[in-house]
Design a protein around this ligand. Sequence first.
Ligand code: GLN
Length: 391
Amino acid sequence: MQARLLLEDGTLFTGKSFGSEGESVGEVVFNTGITGYQEVLSDPSYCGQIVTMTYPLVGNYGVIRDDFESVRPFIHGFVVREHEEVPSNWRAQYTLGSLLKEYGIVGISGIDTRMLTRKIRHHGVMKSLLTTSNKSVAELTEILRGTSLMTDQVARVSTKSVFGAPGHKERIVLVDFGAKSGIIRDLSKRDCDVVVVPQDATAEQIRRLAPDGVLLSNGPGDPKDVPHAVEMIKGLLGDIPLFGICLGHQLFALACGADTDKLKFGHRGGNHPVKDLASGRCYITSQNHGYTVKEESVAGTDLEVTHINNNDRTIEGLKHKKYPAFSVQYHPEAAPGPFDSSYLFDDFISLIRQHKRDNPEQPRQAQMLAQWKASTASSSVSKEELQYAKK
Ligand SMILES: NC(=O)CC[C@H](N)C(=O)O
């Protein structure tokens, strides 16, 4: 069956369908990873986007459920040069094509992905339409023009209810803006007591869970589409240690008074060089983002730039000068790798322990009761109860 990809600039690619039948509109972006297509497909940060892989052979090691980065893919379309229908891998459970069919994702193969990538690099990311229909180009153009890109992706991909991944050590509230499973894996590996909350959780609700630290996850779309999260971060900043990853980093920057902007074609791949300004060391990082924190907007805030991208010098890491809070634009959980930056989870735990040593008078129960008292207009928490909790 034929599939076609129509770009906003009028370019039409005709290839072969290898996924679901159907039609979808999304922002076309490219990822430069040689491997890792399963992690790309299942990364919720791609919600609303049609992704093309620059590496020409995709699907050759099949699909393995264990490698997913979320319970289901949220991607809006997949574009490859060559789709391998017969995977060679003892772990493979099914083919890439069957995965796309299962989740209603349109896939196109057999097009010149080098030309497509060059167009995106030249023009910037574009709205586009991927279809298996036989409609005329005029009709498709009409549909593409008449469809707006979505702005509510975070609400679509985030969990709707609170759930836990229990552990015995630090309690980390993970705010799920579209979190990759790798973040939970990395926290659980360190025996953290993880509580995952929906994207619209308020500072008040998060405090009630008595977190030792709050992790702001990655997620799709423009950080300015989630203003309530910026308010939530402002409400926690200062007394609960924070760690922001990707969208979480951008939201942290907005909460501290900096600004964000859209990059022309973003950073998506597994080999982005990031320089740690303190040590001068370069880390190879996994990335997937289209927005960035504006360098000039950091001046005048209490933020300090800790990392920059060695390709285009954009900001890759920030830390607060006064409060226990830091963030990175890249992915320390890094599924499918490289794992250079997983030490950042250890840094977060060290920051939490340091914060506890600096604030010994705040046992968790006392914090909770004080918070509860402050939040309830007709508080029933007596002085005696607070005293009791402090013991
Ligand atoms: N992976 C992410 O969290 C991406 C952040 C944001 N959606 C961006 O594109 O910049």
